[in-house]
Design a protein around this ligand. Structure first.
Ligand SMILES: [Fe+2]
Length: 472
């Protein structure tokens, strides 16, 4: 008797779960085995200081112009000002060119930063491997990077997407897995080092350790930066009340190339993508500088040249996790209609320490008086992707709203990163890759059709060749 009651309960549960799955998206049942979310100790090898007196450390690069023919190279010399010169060239002409950078430093409480160098090298050729050398004498160090292909609607290119990385053992796993993925440029979704979780001088020290941690990737390929709440560091109790002080000194962006007045929001074009970076923690209300800039930048988007329109920000506009729920509602109310009208392809965000992908939905007819306030299916809407699962010391956000909202296609609270493999103007392969205790496991795979070229005949031809397509 007991056995049959049990079977009935199991049957009902199975039916309920089937019905739920049939209605909307899927909540992964994968339960991640617990890993410590503690930061790696400073003596860990991943934070090793390079050998040589005043050797450059924390080397990272980012795109330096609008179209990908320039690079900003940044590094820190810890013991003295040193040289801000970069020697660079192709394999045939190594060190054949030189550029002079600038140097800065800052204090944070009683911490004094090393000397932070930023050097723009421009006039580069597309699709070319460049070697660059920084530092002096025996402490000089050499790295390389590959410039993107010329701006072209069918230029294939692979972006990695990482958010909320921090510097734990899980962060290390995420970065290692990303580096095996074949990604050519990182779109970083804000919350870099989590140094602000420390106190006093350790804040600066943990920015330095994070810079050494990411160098293994960021010195060799651009990371396109956006800022999160952990970059704000508004700490008047210790006399630090200039927001984003550490971040702005350490990480430069090519904001002026897109006519932005602020390094926290800007745009770059790369291969076949137009990438817009927004600041969740700067004003975006109507007539604010960010609002006015975005209105103009969207007019500059040319889908015949760059078919893929990608927006990057820190706080998600759609997410069904109980943590940080609806914190993006202000920006959604202001910008969502623009994203729909401009047929943006993807809105990437972090902040919530889990993974989630939405269906194409919009809520642009919201009216506080009529009660018309629900997201509805909308083919012109972007897909919203939360990839805040880099693996920082705050751990995972595993409490999803139940039942899963209809706008939510897939969600899972595990650490990982995403890759977006743009194939041509019509198709992109997208993967969310879970860090599965040492192995990279692709978990959410989707073939996306470009929003602008979606009605193209070519799309319909290509569609026949793919079994799994978006929305299934
Ligand atoms: Fe955040």
């Amino acid at each position: 008797m007991l056995q049959s009651q049990y079977e009935i309960v199991v049957l009902i549960c199975t039916l309920v779960s089937f019905i739920r799955t049939g209605i909307g998206g899927r909540t992964s049942t994968y339960i991640r085995s617990e890993w410590p979310s503690s930061d790696m100790p400073l003596h860990n090898d991943v934070f090793a200081v390079p050998k040589g007196h005043n050797a450059p450390q924390q080397v990272h690069i980012t795109q330096g112009d609008y179209d990908g023919k320039a690079v900003i190279i940044s590094w820190v010399t810890p013991n003295g000002v040193g040289s801000s010169q970069v020697l660079y060239g192709t394999l045939d002409q190594k060190n054949g060119f030189s550029a002079q950078g600038t140097v800065t430093n800052y204090t944070f409480y009683n911490y004094s930063s090393g000397f932070i160098h930023h050097c723009l090298i421009d006039g580069l050729e597309y699709g070319t491997k460049y070697y660059y050398k920084i530092g002096e004498d025996k402490a000089a160090r050499e790295f390389w990077f590959v410039t993107p292909p010329k701006i072209d609607p069918d230029a294939p290119y692979t972006f990695g997407i990482i958010g909320d990385l921090g510097q734990t053992y899980n962060s290390f796993s995420t970065l290692e897995h990303y580096m095996q993925s074949g990604g050519q440029t990182v779109l970083f979704l804000g919350d870099l080092s989590y140094a602000d979780r420390y106190e006093h001088n350790n804040i600066g020290i943990r920015w330095d350790s994070w810079g050494r941690f990411i160098e293994r990737s960021a010195a060799y390929q651009p990371w396109i930066w956006s800022a999160g709440n952990h970059e704000i560091e508004y700490m008047p109790h210790i006399g630090e009340d200039f927001p984003f002080k550490s971040y702005l000194h350490r990480f430069h962006t090519p904001y002026m190339a897109s006519n932005s007045s602020n390094p926290l929001w800007y745009a770059v074009r790369r291969a076949s993508a137009h990438i817009i970076v927004l600041s969740s923690y700067s004003s975006f209300v109507k007539y604010s500088p960010q609002w006015m800039w975005l209105r103009e930048e969207l007019k500059r988007v040319n889908r015949s040249e760059t078919p893929w329109l990608i927006v990057v920000m820190h706080v998600p506009l759609y997410n069904s996790d109980q943590v940080h729920y609806m914190e993006g509602e202000g920006m959604r109310a202001v910008f969502e209609s623009w994203f729909v009208q401009s047929k943006a392809d993807f809105i990437f965000a972090g902040h919530v320490h889990a993974y989630e992908r939405s269906y194409r939905i919009s809520n642009i007819y919201y009216n506080v008086s009529t009660g018309d306030r629900y997201p509805v299916p909308d083919k012109s809407a972007p897909v919203y992707l939360t990839v805040g699962d880099g693996g920082n010391q705050e751990g995972l956000a595993g409490r999803f709203w139940d039942p899963q909202p209809e706008y939510s296609a897939f969600r899972e609270a595990s650490y990982g990163h995403s890759t977006l493999e743009i194939k041509n103007r019509t198709h992109a392969f997208y993967h969310w890759n879970r860090n599965d205790d040492g192995k990279k496991v692709p978990t959410d795979d989707v073939i996306f059709h470009n929003q602008y070229w979606a009605s193209n005949l070519r799309r319909r031809r290509l569609k026949k060749n793919h079994s799994k397509v978006e929305g299934e």
